[in-house]
Write a protein that binds this ligand. Structure first.
Ligand code: SF4
Ligand code: SF4
Ligand code: SF4
Length: 294
C-alpha cells in the first residue's frame, strides 16, 4: 500500500470516529441516577399510626379548593379513589385478620416519570423537589398519566378547560410558611411533613426503636429511583398497592435505552463518514481525470 493511500484511509478512519463521537450524547451524564435536591421536603406516612379517620382527606379537599366528590352518594363527599376531585385518599386493606390503612397521593418522585414524559415541561420538579403542574404549558396530551408508575395524575374529563389534578404537596401553603394540610390535621402524626433527609432518618429511627413492628424496608428510599414521600408499614407494601419497582427510575431506564440507540448509531455513523470520504475521493479523482483529458 503506497504512502498516499495509507494516509487517505487513516484520514477516513479519523473522520469516521469523529462523526460517530459527535452522534453520541454525553452518555455517563445521561444514565446517571438522580438524587433529591438539597432543600428537598416530603412526607412520611406510617401505617401503624393511622386510624383511618380521613381528616386528611377532608383537609386536602379544603386546602386545595376541590369540589366535593358526591358522584357515588349525592349527600356526601365520598371519594372512592384518587380522581379529578381528590388528591389524597385513605384506603382500607383487610385480609385474614390483618388490616391496615393506606394513604395515597403523589409520591414526588426524585426522578419523576410524569415530568420525563411531558414534552413541554408542564409537569416539573420545582422548588424543594416538589413536582408541580403548570396550567400555562399543559396541552392535555395526558402522557403523564400513562407514564406515572403510581397512576397518580387525573384528568378533568367533565371540564371544558380540563386540568391535570394531583397532589402538589400543598406548595401554596409551604410558600406561605405553612405545611401540607393533611399533615397539619392528622391527629396521630401518622403523616408528617419535613425535610426529606430528616424524614428518612426518622423512619430509620422508628424501625430501630421497634424491631419487628415494621416490614424491614422504607418504601420510597430506593423504589423507582426514590420518592420524597416515604412509607413505613406493618404489612407488605405490595398488599397496600405500592408497586414493586426496581431501584432505577422509569426515566433513567428510558435514558439508558436512548443511550443504547445512540450508541448503536456509532457503526452507521462511521460507515456514513467512510462512504462520504469515498464519494469525495471519487469526485476528486473524476475531476482530476477530466482535467487530465482536457
Ligand atoms: S408519583 Fe407519578 S405524578 Fe407523582 S411525581 Fe411520581 S411520576 Fe409524577
Ligand atoms: S400535601 Fe396537600 S395536596 Fe398533598 S395530599 Fe396532603 S393535603 Fe393533599
Ligand atoms: S388524618 Fe392521619 S390518622 Fe386520619 S386517616 Fe389521615 S393519615 Fe390516617
Amino acid at each position: 500500500m503506497d504512502r498516499t493511500r495509507r494516509s487517505f484511509l487513516k484520514g477516513l478512519a479519523i473522520a469516521g470516529t469523529s462523526a460517530a463521537a459527535a452522534a453520541v450524547p454525553v452518555v455517563s451524564e445521561a444514565s446517571q441516577a438522580r438524587h433529591a435536591p438539597e432543600d428537598a421536603v416530603g412526607m412520611l406516612y406510617d401505617t401503624t399510626r393511622c386510624i383511618g379517620c380521613k381528616a386528611c382527606v377532608v383537609a386536602c379537599h379544603e386546602a386545595n379548593d376541590l369540589p366535593p366528590d358526591n358522584r357515588t352518594d349525592a349527600l356526601h363527599d365520598q371519594p372512592q379513589a384518587l380522581n379529578d376531585r381528590t388528591k389524597n385518599i385513605i384506603k382500607l386493606y383487610k385480609e385474614e385478620g390483618r388490616r391496615s390503612y393506606m394513604k395515597q397521593q403523589c409520591m414526588h418522585c426524585i426522578d419523576p416519570a410524569c415530568a420525563g414524559a411531558c414534552m413541554i415541561g408542564a409537569l416539573q420538579k420545582r422548588e424543594h423537589g416538589i413536582v408541580t403542574w403548570d396550567p400555562n404549558r399543559c396541552i392535555g396530551c395526558r402522557y403523564c398519566q400513562v407514564a406515572c408508575p403510581y397512576s397518580i395524575p387525573k384528568f378533568e374529563w367533565e371540564s371544558t378547560n380540563p386540568r391535570i389534578v394531583k397532589c402538589e404537596l400543598c406548595n401554596h401553603r409551604i410558600k406561605d410558611g405553612g405545611i401540607p394540610a393533611c399533615c397539619e390535621v392528622c391527629p396521630r402524626e401518622a403523616v408528617v411533613y419535613g425535610k426529606y433527609t430528616e424524614l428518612l432518618a426518622e423512619a430509620k429511627r422508628r424501625q430501630a426503636e421497634h424491631p419487628g413492628r415494621y416490614v424491614d424496608k422504607i418504601y420510597g428510599e430506593h423504589d423507582g429511583g426514590g420518592t420524597q414521600v416515604l412509607y413505613l408499614s406493618h404489612v407488605p407494601f405490595e398488599k397496600l398497592g405500592l408497586p414493586t419497582l426496581g431501584e432505577k427510575s422509569v426515566p433513567s431506564l428510558n435514558r439508558t435505552i436512548q443511550h443504547g440507540i445512540y450508541k448503536g448509531m456509532i457503526a452507521p455513523a462511521a460507515l456514513y463518514a467512510v462512504m462520504g470520504g469515498v464519494m469525495l475521493r471519487n469526485r476528486k479523482k473524476n475531476r482530476d481525470e477530466e482535467g487530465g483529458d482536457a
